[in-house]
Design a protein around this ligand. Structure first.
Ligand SMILES: Cc1ncc(C[n+]2csc(CCOP(=O)(O)OP(=O)(O)O)c2C)c(N)n1
Ligand SMILES: [Mg+2]
Length: 575
């Protein structure tokens, strides 16, 4: 029987599975794979300078493309560097297949170079167990085809997430019979609800006095926003959403309440709290979206009745008791409910649209002047407003954590579903400036801007090199306040100081010249020196066709917090 090297066959298999890009970083354990990828030259290999960034890039790619992101890392430090990115994907239910090299199988346990073996021989996979749907350490070269099929199947099925495939390096070089990689992942029908259940839910919403639909990030993963709009409109039900659900209805839709929780909209919190029935779809009722589950603020369930649809049975009943839980794909379920809704007559709910419009308008008074402010360093609200003007409606805004995420969640209109990308569950600093590269790779025809803080950007600036090398014309808008701003605000508010949160050198605020660093890396770099320079700079950067960093000095200014966050009850000033 003819034989072929496993790495060559794996490369061809990845092509057949539909992989178009792998984000990774080399190491001796990967050399056979890199050679195979390079010789075929069909899958792009984006060579990164840090594995965390590679994983965030693959994550951004997966969020936009709807396909699994593929990452390749070296043994030991290669994999441990990737942990934060894998965890970030896991907590946002993003499918990744992470292929990691390991030491030679025949030296397991003897302590070969870079082996992790404190508790068991070559057991680096154990580090990933809590953050993966499944970890595989391939036991024999012959198992590699089966394990790869399992990895793609598991990453994409049910609640999506990362799967790790750990491959002793000698297996990549092993010869396997040609055609060894014959098993393709099966197309899997998503869990559905039946007609009777759909009718029951549609009728419950139609008959309710103050119903609300609450949409989570899973609505975007399932690409279900059209179906969601159809349900809301057919039954005349307002829609609130989590941070990750933002964009589920286009901005300005008369039934759109906006984001709930600590950094949300008062009218969204109010209507959710007073609802008699909530249909929650693809959400885990995360802490900050739910005002730390305090019934005085966002959700009071019970007495509010809850119908909860989620792909993962573990989410149903976890934070709030549901009168009906449904395990289903959001797109299928909402489609079925929209169909059933055509046969119902929703109860008239006069004044709902007016209440929403007034609520949103009166809260936005908080920043309507600030959006136009010429102050310099800039008001962050002006940064948002100018970015919104310059970014096409279908362009991506990728946030990190900090003012950028809180501000975008609350104050940045999104009118095309899936165009806001943020690290929700892990709230990982260092996500946005890398994930934007993956988003751009997936949709090169659309603009992609990362809005990030200076803390984030300076945590790992090698994204600049990767964007230049991979020729990905992304734009980074770096909000420079010389601090870990949101944390310094919390410290200041509760304890009076900002120790450990400010960037300082020789007792002065320490502003790095990120624009110059970008230019030194071969990217564009623009330093903003007056507020009115930002919007034209963003337009110029987007039109330039090259990766460009725009540094915007900003004032320290917290976002309004109409909801509740339990941490505010904890800190005590020492006597
Ligand atoms: C990896 C990681 N470390 C620490 C934190 C805690 N944290 C949340 S926001 C933040 C500050 C972010 O600073 P910056 O990027 O400058 O944004 P700013 O708050 O100034 O707007 C920190 C340290 C985190 N979320 N992730
Ligand atoms: Mg900052």
């Amino acid at each position: 029987m003819k034989k072929q090297i496993a790495a060559v066959q794996l490369t061809e298999y990845l092509e057949r599975v539909g992989v178009e890009v792998i984000f990774g970083l080399s190491g001796h354990t990967l050399v056979q794979m890199l050679d195979a990828l390079g010789r075929r030259n069909r899958i792009r290999f984006v060579s990164c300078r840090h594995e965390q960034l590679a994983t965030h890039m693959a994550d951004g790619y997966a969020r936009v493309s709807g396909k699994p992101g593929v990452v390749m890392t070296h043994v030991g430090p290669g994999l441990t560097n990737a942990i934060t990115g894998i965890a970030t994907a896991a907590l946002d239910s993003i499918p990744l297949v992470v292929i990691t090299g390991n030491v030679q199988s025949y030296y397991f346990g003897r302590g070969p170079h870079q082996e992790v073996n404190l508790h068991a021989d070559s057991d680096q996979v154990e580090i990933c167990r809590p953050i993966c749907k499944r970890v595989y350490r391939v036991g024999r070269a012959e198992d590699l085809p089966r394990v790869m099929e399992r990895a793609f199947h598991l990453a994409m099925s049910g609640r999506q997430g990362p799967v790790l495939v750990d491959v002793p390096m000698d297996f990549f070089s092993a010869e396997l019979p040609e055609g060894a990689f014959s098993q393709m992942p099966a197309p899997v029908a998503r869990p559905a609800i039946d007609e009777a259940q759909a009718r029951e839910i549609a009728e419950a919403l139609a008959g309710a006095e103050r119903p609300v639909i609450y949409a989570g990030g899973g609505v975007h993963i399932a690409r279900a926003s059209e179906e969601l709009i159809a349900v809301a409109e057919a039954l005349d039900v307002p829609v609130a959403h989590s941070l990750m659900g933002k964009g589920c209805l286009p901005d300005g839709h008369p039934l759109l309440l906006g984001t709930t929780g600590y950094w949300g909209q008062p009218v969204a919190n109010e209507m959710c709290r007073k609802a008699d029935l909530i249909l929650a779809v693809a959400t885990r009722f995360a802490e900050t979206d739910s005002s730390s589950w305090d019934p005085k603020h966002t959700f009071a369930i019970p007495p509010t009745r809850l119908i909860h649809i989620d792909i993962d049975p573990a989410e149903i009943g976890r934070n709030y008791p549901a009168e009906l839980g449904v395990v289903a794909d959001a797109k299928q379920a909402l489609g079925a409910i929209a169909k059933a809704a055509r046969h119902t007559k929703p109860r008239p709910r006069p004044g709902v649209r007016e209440t929403i419009a007034q609520g949103l308008a009166s809260f936005s008074q908080n920043w309507s002047d600030l959006r136009l402010s010429d102050e310099f360093p800039m008001r962050p609200e002006r940064v948002l407003a100018d970015l919104r003007k310059a970014l096409p409606k279908d362009g991506f805004v990728v946030t990190d954590v900090g003012w950028n995420k809180n501000g975008v969640g609350q104050q940045f209109p999104i009118s095309v579903a899936g165009t806001m990308i943020a690290p929700g569950g892990m709230a990982t600093m260092g996500f946005g400036h890398a994930a934007v590269l993956g988003a751009k790779f997936a949709r090169p025809d659309r603009a992609a801007v990362a809005l990030v803080g200076d803390g984030c950007f300076s945590s790992n600036m090698s994204v600049l090199a990767t964007a230049v090398e991979a020729n990905l014309p992304v734009v980074w808008v770096v909000m420079d306040n010389a601090s870990f701003g949101v944390i310094s605000s919390i410290e200041k508010r509760h304890l009076g100081g900002t120790f450990g949160c400010m960037f300082e050198a020789n007792g002065e605020p320490y502003h790095m010249d990120y624009a110059a660093i970008a230019r030194a890396c071969g990217a564009g770099g623009i330093m903003i020196e007056a507020a009115d320079q930002l919007e034209p700079a963003i337009r110029e950067a987007l039109a330039s066709g090259r990766p460009t960093l725009i540094q915007a000095p900003v004032a320290m200014a917290p976002t309004p917090t109409p909801g509740n966050w339990d941490i505010n009850n904890i800190f005590r000033k020492p006597a």
